[in-house]
Design a protein around this ligand. Structure first.
Ligand SMILES: [Zn+2]
Length: 183
């Protein structure tokens, strides 16, 4: 059986603030019983879904309980795995960049950003405009994003707009990027 993930990347949190924000969001998810506190569970791994998980979806979504939620704290390239599109589109000039060429273009940017010596800016080979990784548009695939905090919902149904708004509120109102990942 294959796994799916919904990854919500905080696009604004700093490296320094990410651990505290992650702990605060975890406490909120516990308070809402969206996850359950188990002595053996580790937030940096996965916390099991709790009885309140339905509050994260549109009303009426049924089915079995999803698996759980984990957090990735620290610089990370969040990618869609099998849900990569065939090409990325520049949001300024509309040029299409084949996915293989785009990954080649972006890889050195990712490396420098992970090492802390670069900025999240992938330049368009056509018009030269630079965009943050999540700014590139994928018409037939999911976005990529760089961030210091990502929340991973394992085998979880689609998150409602209402829940995502409440989650953003608990992330200090930061912008987020939602990536539907298929492993
Ligand atoms: Zn362009």
């Amino acid at each position: 059986m294959s796994d799916s993930q919904i990854v919500v990347v905080d696009l604004d949190v700093s490296a320094a603030d990410a651990p505290a924000v992650a702990e605060r969001v975890r406490q909120w998810l516990l308070d809402e019983q969206i996850i359950v506190d188990e002595a053996e569970s580790d937030w940096r791994d996965v916390d099991r879904a709790g009885p309140g998980w339905r509050a994260t979806t549109e009303p009426g979504v049924g089915g079995a309980s999803p698996d759980g939620i984990g957090a990735t704290v620290g610089p990370h390239v969040h990618l869609p795995a099998e849900n990569i599109g065939s090409s990325a589109r520049c949001p300024v000039c509309g040029a299409l960049v084949d996915s293989g060429a785009w990954v080649e273009l972006a890889s050195p940017v990712f490396t420098e950003w992970i090492e802390g010596s670069g900025v999240d800016r992938v330049p368009c080979p056509s018009c030269g405009a630079g965009h943050r990784t999540h700014g590139w548009l994928w018409d037939d695939g999911e976005p990529w994003a760089l961030g210091f905090l990502g929340l991973t919902f394992w085998n979880w149904p689609e998150l409602s707009d209402d829940f995502l708004a409440r989650l953003r509120h608990n992330l200090d109102g930061h912008e987020t990027c939602v990536i539907n990942v298929h492993l």
